[in-house]
Design a protein around this ligand. Structure first.
Ligand code: GAR
Length: 193
């Protein structure tokens, strides 16, 4: 059994979708949800499925002893960032090589980096007049949104799409493909570009 932890900061639609996807899996269990914010709605969602939850404010998150003790306590061997807005500390990347992945709501390397999260991304896509957007799943490295790309999914845009329309189109891809990509990565298939 692989035990995965999901790191979240906000609403948690991806978190819930991943929990549901693996709810009856014989090989993968969502064993922990960790948020840096106590008021993240993702925690409400996770508790509905009886998933153990932890709140780790930024200072705790950067505390190697605290964070690794928590993950060890739940036998975590794989980490999924699903709308998690802090940088992952280097000690965690070193402890979990090729075992931390992130979802980004655009086609990296465009529209990535510091400050590019959530609605800011969709507004930037609109401002750039892009003809398409999409989602990227990538390995987490020390560079913000800079790790190797695992999978990307595209969706066309029309000129009159608003940032909200762009977000809605991209969100459909996240709901449809993110759990599937996680499953494939855990099966050892690392690249779906
Ligand atoms: C998702 O769209 C995810 O791609 C994005 O935050 C949203 C979280 O939604 N992630 C980033 O912007 C990371 N830079 P959710 O909490 O409902 O899953």
């Amino acid at each position: 059994m692989k035990h995965i932890a999901i790191f979240v900061s906000g609403n948690g639609t991806n978190c819930e979708n991943i929990i549901r996807h693996f709810a009856h899996s014989a090989t993968v269990r969502v064993s922990l949800v960790v948020s840096n914010r106590a008021d993240a709605y993702a925690l409400v969602r996770a508790k509905r499925y009886d998933i153990p939850c932890a709140v780790m404010p930024k200072a705790d998150f950067n505390n190697e002893q605290k964070l690794t003790a928590l993950l060890q306590q739940h036998d975590i061997d794989f980490i999924v960032l699903a709308g998690f807005l802090l940088m992952v500390p280097h000690f965690l990347i070193a402890r979990y090589p090729r075992a931390i992945i992130n979802i980004h709501p655009a086609l990296l390397p465009k529209f990535g980096g510091r400050g590019m999260y959530g609605h800011h991304v969709h507004e930037a896509v609109k401002a750039a007049g892009e003809h398409e957007t999409g989602m990227t799943v990538h390995w987490v490295s020390d560079e913000c949104d800079g790790g190797d790309i695992i999978a990307q999914f595209h969706t066309p845009l029309s000129p009159d799409d608003t940032p909200d329309d762009i977000a809605a189109k991209e969100h459909i891809l996240e709901q449809k493909y993110f759990p599937f990509v996680i499953e494939k990565v855990l099966e050892g298939i690392e690249e779906m570009k």
